[in-house]
Design a binder for this molecule. Structure first.
Ligand code: MEV
Length: 326
């Protein structure tokens, strides 16, 4: 998947862009502290349309004060809070661990960059992360880079994973983002219906990793993610399933699982190779790798257990598109 990695071309407003959500397969939370992660851009999108405000004061968008991501994007683009009308439609549930804010930020940053004369893709990844960081205060560039790159990526993955796409910086922190191979699998994601705050979960795990046994726990996260990246690259479903389960036990130890997520993982077990929470946890969603031929059975089990299941495959990265509404 390389065709989507071109620059964002110049395009004057009105303009629109669409960007995918994401599913973290290995390494959430630990990636914030420098460990590797494997992330899939999934085929549920957010589309943003940006216009100049209409004369006569038609019903406007939500006030900037209600949306810290919108406020940060406008500030970093050098725009005032009332310069533009920004509307978004999304198929991604919010606060569900599926990258809805990253998709919004990536699509909006693409449009604002296009209107400012265009931007190369590493620049878009850096800009989208800067916006998310400014709004959220904590976190890694994993979600925004997945939304900008599309397909499978690693953050802090081994060089053998694939070509370096870009590095993202925030002060003295630095993360490498690489293209990872696509094994051609479908995954199943299931939303528990329990919303959660990414920033709170990230801060809680930061405190957990600050305890005396924190460095050892972080090392176990890093080892599982490195083996998970290798198992997916090798197309080894059995090993990937075991490592998903191992990653989940570390996330449980880090305090970000939830009884509903544990119940969904248990419900998925007979039809999946392995499953874990995905994203910040404390609610949100799980991801499961189906046993081949058992995809429908897996989704039925998850729906019966009270979740909203989606089959997901890789999506292309953020791109300008024709406005769907305006
Ligand atoms: C949230 O989707 C993933 C976390 O690892 C935070 C981050 O990487 O920014 C929990």
């Amino acid at each position: 998947m390389t065709a989507e990695l071109g620059p964002v071309p110049a395009r004057a407003l009105p303009a629109s862009a669409r960007a995918p959500g994401k599913c973290i397969l290995f390494g959430e939370h630990a990636v914030v502290h420098g460990a590797p992660a494997l992330i899939l851009a999934l085929d549920l999108h957010t589309q943003v349309v940006v216009t100049r405000p209409s004369a006569g004061g038609a019903a406007g968008p939500a006030p900037v004060a209600d949306n810290p991501y919108l406020a940060a994007a406008l500030t970093l683009a050098g725009r005032g809070p009332t310069d533009l009308e920004v509307r978004a439609v999304s198929r991604l549930p919010r606060a569900a661990g599926l990258g809805s804010s990253a998709a919004f930020v990536a699509a909006l940053s693409a449009v604002l960059s296009a209107d400012a004369g265009g931007l190369d893709r590493p620049g878009l990844a850096q800009r989208a992360f800067a916006v998310e960081r400014a709004a959220q205060g904590v976190g890694s560039p994993g979600d925004t880079s997945a939304s900008v790159a599309g397909g499978y990526i690693t953050v802090n993955g081994p060089a053998a994973t694939g070509p370096l796409l870009w590095e993202v910086r925030a002060g003295s922190e630095r993360w490498d983002v690489r293209r990872a191979p696509d094994p051609g699998w479908s995954w199943v994601v299931a939303y528990s219906g329990i919303p959660r705050s990414t920033a709170e979960a990230v801060r809680a795990v930061g405190e957990r990793l600050g305890r005396p046994d924190g460095p050892a726990l972080l090392q176990r996260f890093a080892d599982v993610a490195a083996r998970g990246i290798a198992a997916v690259a090798a197309g080894d479903r059995g090993a990937t399933g075991h490592l998903l389960t191992e990653n989940q036990s570390l996330l449980r130890d880090a305090g970000v699982s939830h009884p509903r997520l544990e119940a969904l993982i248990e419900a998925a077990a007979p039809a999946s190779e392995g499953a874990k929470l995905t994203g910040a946890g404390c609610g949100g969603s799980i991801v499961a790798l189906p046993v081949p031929g058992r995809e429908v059975d897996l989704m039925r089990r998850l729906a019966r257990a009270g979740a909203v299941p989606f089959p997901v495959t890789p999506a292309a990265g953020a791109a300008l598109v024709e406005p769907v509404f305006g």
